[in-house]
Design a binder for this molecule. Structure first.
Ligand code: ATP
Length: 423
């Protein structure tokens, strides 16, 4: 008898800094399933979770895909294929590599969607994830500590109201760890022909290309954009001098600001969560050792320290121009030292800044104090005035209202670039 089974597959935490990439493993699995005539209903999904998760390798990404199956034998075949591949390809020797695989049959419930949002906003334990999976009837497989189930459950469960796509091109295994051989001019050409529908491919200052990772992983490059068509077009423009093994397009929550929580007052903000805060600058920016720039803001319920860290490079120059009473909307996250790590900000109102000076004499010379409460006296012509009130001299401000963001190099995967905010 033919059945109609919707099977969701979630995979996470198979890679380490020494190699592999869960996107590649997912791609290999999907290719193998295709050989059996089993094809996913849609693009596989690459889901970025809480950027502050402690045991992430790089960008805290988890993977999922969906299959429509017609028999229990096919379900068994799929589960066997997935688990065998995770066993043979995972970087088990990595201290923080603890793969997790999750299978779920049926429709995604609101409880599951809430779990997924929570995995972006909060930090979960393995026990919590395991209990949740059992409660909703998922089949989980833990390898080593099995921490990957936290992300795998979320990757299956998340609902994408906004989304982008990434085309990942993979290297031949014999080239892993060697310098990537790409025609750099072709990357600029691709950018010219596809931006702003693709984005973050060239660094904002335009002096280097940003599509290649710098790790020994299987990824040759990744191109990010708004639709599957545009990332595939862009991929076809890029010229590689080394052979591309294959490529795969992923549906993602990258660059959607899905991590940003709104309408949370500063007094209620928690460490390792990300927020949008409408506030006023209460303390001017200053540099600290290491090239980091710090300043303080308040929303009326509390004050927090904000930072543009050294890796945000030229963004720090913009941040240095902020002044007390400027009204801003900040986007970013509170790290575990309770410092707000800024990803971008909108300057709503540039507060006038002034310094107080002694008045000018009629003769044009700046007057001097004539003594406490005795007004001012001109040192040139001896003219006196009784008032002790100083005059305001307004200072020029070298910054305008508008959006400012970190350069591509320092952008979080989840952070929405300004170019997408305008679309
Ligand atoms: P890559 O970007 O190369 O795929 P990664 O940065 O995604 O690597 P992982 O190897 O996937 O890193 O490790 C992240 C780990 O953190 C996984 O075990 C995942 O289940 C777990 N994790 C994800 N979200 C949370 C969360 N909200 N709380 C606690 N752990 C989490």
């Amino acid at each position: 008898m033919t059945e109609n089974i919707i099977l969701h597959v979630g995979i996470d935490d198979t890679d380490s800094n020494e190699g592999m990439c869960t996107t590649y493993l997912t791609h290999i699995i999907i290719k193998q399933l295709k050989e059996y005539g089993i094809v996913p209903t849609d693009y596989p999904r690459l889901i970025r979770l809480n950027p502050f998760a402690r045991y992430k390798t790089r960008g805290n990404g988890a993977l999922s895909f969906v299959l429509n199956l017609t028999s229990r034998e096919d379900v068994e075949k799929v589960e066997k294929t997935v688990l065998e591949n995770v066993e043979s390809y995972s970087m088990f020797e990595g201290v923080n590599t603890n793969p997790g695989v999750v299978f779920y049959e049926g429709e995604i419930t609101s409880q599951m969607r809430d779990y997924a949002t929570g995995a972006i906003y909060n930090i979960y334990t393995i026990d919590y994830a395991e209990e949740f999976a059992k409660k909703v009837g998922m089949r989980i497989h833990k390898f080593k500590k099995g921490r990957g189930i936290i992300g795998a459950i979320a990757a299956i469960s998340i609902q994408l109201d906004d989304e982008t796509f990434e085309c990942l091109a993979y290297r031949k295994p014999e080239n892993y760890g060697t310098k990537r051989q790409l025609n750099q001019d072709s990357i600029y050409e691709m950018n010219d022909r596809t931006y702003p529908e693709t984005f973050d491919n060239i660094d904002i200052e335009g002096n280097y290309t940003a599509i290649e990772p710098h790790t020994p992983c299987p990824v040759l490059y990744g191109i990010r954009g708004n639709t599957p068509e545009i990332v595939e077009k862009a991929h076809n423009i890029v010229e590689s001098y080394e052979e591309i093994e294959d490529y795969c397009i992923f549906r993602t929550n990258q660059h959607t600001d899905m991590h940003i929580q709104e309408n949370v007052p500063i007094k209620d903000m928690k460490d390792t969560s990300c927020y949008r805060i409408q506030c006023k600058v209460t303390e001017n920016p200053h540099d600290i050792e290491g090239g980091h720039v710090f300043f303080k803001v308040s929303d009326g319920t509390g004050i927090i320290e904000c930072a543009a860290f050294e890796p945000t490079k030229t963004f720090r120059n913009t941040v240095r121009k902020l002044r007390k009473n400027d009204e801003i909307i900040l986007y970013g996250g509170l790290n575990d030292n309770h410092t707000f790590n800024i990803e971008k900000f909108e300057l709503l109102n540039v507060a006038p800044q002034h310094k107080l000076l002694n008045p000018l004499c009629e003769c044009g010379k700046r007057m001097k104090s004539a003594g406490k409460n005795k007004g001012f006296k001109c040192p040139k012509c001896g003219n006196k005035i009784r008032t002790s009130e100083k005059v305001k001299q307004f200072l020029p401000r070298d910054i305008k209202e508008g959006f400012y963001e970190v350069p591509t190099e320092a952008r979080r995967h989840l952070s929405k670039p300004i170019v997408r905010m305008k679309q």
